[in-house]
Design a binder for this molecule. Structure first.
Ligand code: TYC
Length: 103
């Protein structure tokens, strides 16, 4: 039986994995008609540490498909990145939205 500590020679052994995979959350960027492409690229470079080329690629994916993945992080980090994106966007008067999705 999985996780049964009693093996067939009667010796107790711990079979439970010692490490657990942390649940990761994707940060999803959503398209809109008003945020500039330049601002989205800047967000991807500064908040998500993407190269200029990767940032441009993700921005174009969001622009054409409606949404795109910026990265996967622990819940706390992902939440903070969503809040940072929204704060920076509002500060510059853009309606840009980001959301979380469990991986
Ligand atoms: N659609 C926007 C434009 O044409 C650009 C854009 C891309 C906006 C990605 C948001 O997450 C976004 N200016």
């Amino acid at each position: 039986m999985a996780g049964d500590p009693q093996n067939d020679h009667g010796i107790l052994e711990e079979t439970r994995p010692k490490t657990q995979k942390p649940t990761l959350y994707r940060v999803i960027l959503l398209n809109d008609d008003y945020t500039t492409m330049e601002f989205v690229v800047q967000i991807l470079e500064t908040v998500f540490h993407k190269t200029p080329s990767a940032a441009h690629q993700i921005m174009m994916q969001v622009h054409t498909l409606g949404h795109g993945v910026c990265g996967a992080y622990s819940y706390e980090v992902a939440e903070t990145k969503v809040a940072t994106v929204q704060d920076l966007a509002r500060r510059d008067g853009f309606p840009l939205q980001a959301t979380l999705e469990e991986e």
